[in-house]
Design a protein around this ligand. Structure first.
Ligand code: HOZ
Length: 430
């Protein structure tokens, strides 16, 4: 029995002062019927909890830790920046550097604005799309999660789905009626909606590879179809690449699949672990933002020098190390381990991977959208999660979340993870 006594006590104390004991719901481990551990420190691919347990980490702070935890390049950059001042609220040099890097890496981005979280990025992208087109309605897909923006907390994924509350209380019904939700990977649903009310639709917002309902792939031609239908009806296409941006390729899914949206929401990797989001796209649309345009958006900490320095350092290090190519080979080795374990237990569970993102579904057969994910064996998933954790491997505590591999995952980590996966599968499927 693994000792998590101190974590248990801390969680009890946390619940007295923090709603549910956590500052973000998935962290409460509710869907795996348990309690979270408290982390003491993290380095590379490993984290240590307050009870002294060491874990190989495949959550990677939910995506940002692409180099691994606490990389020295990021720590040095933040330390150096902090010596010059931790926040200015006035333009600083780092802002231009990171904007240029993003523009050069992400195909759709001609201009970019930095914000503090992915939620801010999607929220503003929606407002901008509405302001630019003069239309009110937006289309999102069932199971896609775009942060906790009011109009996007309708049929949402991630923690909302995990807790069985994909439509949040507190979102006015009138606002929710402006959000049309459709099934992902079903072009006919979109055609019908655009035929019916195309002239009212400001934008489609989509995770081009949905990663908040497990990890779902677009069917061949689907992203191209989204591009065509939005263009045809004068609506904008917004890619939410908060999770996939700078992760599946330097330029995200849009680079990998060759489909260019009008606007892109970014976050996670771009902040090197500090609170950062960004949104960018066509210059004519971005120029609709204040101070030049009529759509308002602002933020005291936007373009914060420490956060910008961290993001710049992380991206430069990824380029220096040829990071994306290396992640593909670490990812392949990890996948081989999982597939081998599945073979050994004689089960053909569906496993999805794109570069350094992955999801093992406790279900056999194709997964095309969240409806398929809902048919997974959640009880078996929970058993698998705890069996892996007890053996030193930390996977995301929900079937609806993706896993993340970093450049710090060494061959020994991947090997041990394969052994643990096999053991945990035996427990879960017994
Ligand atoms: N929404 C994040 C996962 N997709 C979880 C964020 C967190 O709990 O830190």
């Amino acid at each position: 029995m693994v000792d998590r006594d101190l974590s248990h006590k801390l969680f009890k104390t946390a619940k007295e002062v923090i709603p549910g004991g956590v500052n973000s719901p998935v962290r409460a481990f509710k869907s795996v019927d348990g309690e979270p551990f408290f982390v003491k420190r993290a380095r590379g691919s490993h984290i240590w909890d307050v009870d002294g347990n060491e874990l190989i980490d495949y959550v990677g702070t939910w995506g940002p830790a692409i180099l691994g935890h606490a990389p020295s390049v990021v720590i040095d950059a933040v330390t150096q920046a902090a010596k010059e001042g931790v926040s200015f609220g006035i333009p600083n040099l780092h802002e231009i550097e990171i904007a240029r890097m993003i523009r050069d890496m992400v195909p759709s981005v001609e201009k970019v604005r930095m914000v503090n979280s992915g939620t801010e990025a999607t929220m503003t992208a929606i407002r901008l799309a509405r302001g630019f087109t003069g239309r009110d309605k937006i289309i999102k897909f069932d199971g896609c999660y775009h942060g906790h923006v009011d109009s996007l907390l309708v049929a949402a994924g991630s923690g909302a789905l995990t807790l069985g509350k994909p439509d949040s209380a507190g979102v006015p019904a009138d606002l929710a009626t402006l959000t049309i939700t459709l099934p992902f990977n079903r072009p006919e649903a979109l055609t019908e909606t655009f035929e019916r009310e195309g002239e009212n639709i400001a934008a489609i917002i989509v995770e081009p590879v949905p990663a908040n309902a497990g990890l779902v792939f677009p069917k061949e031609g689907y992203l191209e179809f989204l591009r065509e239908i939005t263009k045809k009806h004068g609506a904008l296409l917004i890619f939410d690449e908060v999770m996939t941006g700078f992760r599946v390729a330097p330029g995200g899914v849009q680079e990998k699949f060759g489909v260019t949206p009008d606007l892109t929401a970014l976050g996670k990797v771009i902040g090197g672990g500090l609170p950062v989001g960004a949104f960018g796209g066509r210059a004519d649309i971005m120029d609709y933002l204040a101070p030049d345009g009529p759509v308002y958006q602002a933020g005291t900490l936007s373009g914060n020098p420490l956060a910008m320095a961290a993001g710049i350092a992380q991206l430069k290090e990824m380029e220096r190390q040829n990071g994306w190519e290396r992640l593909e080979s670490i990812g392949q080795a990890f996948e081989d381990g999982v597939r081998d374990a599945l073979k050994q237990v004689g089960r053909d569970l569906t496993f999805h991977r794109i570069g350094s993102m992955f999801c093992l579904f406790f279900r056999e057969g194709e997964i095309e959208n969240v409806d398929d994910v809902k048919k997974c064996d959640f009880e078996a998933f929970g058993k698998f999660f705890w069996a892996a954790l007890d053996r030193g491997v930390y996977f995301a505590p929900s079937q609806y979340e993706a896993g993340f591999i970093s450049l710090s995952h060494a061959a020994e980590d991947v090997e041990k993870s394969a052994e643990v996966t096999l053991e945990a599968l035996k427990v879960a499927l017994a």
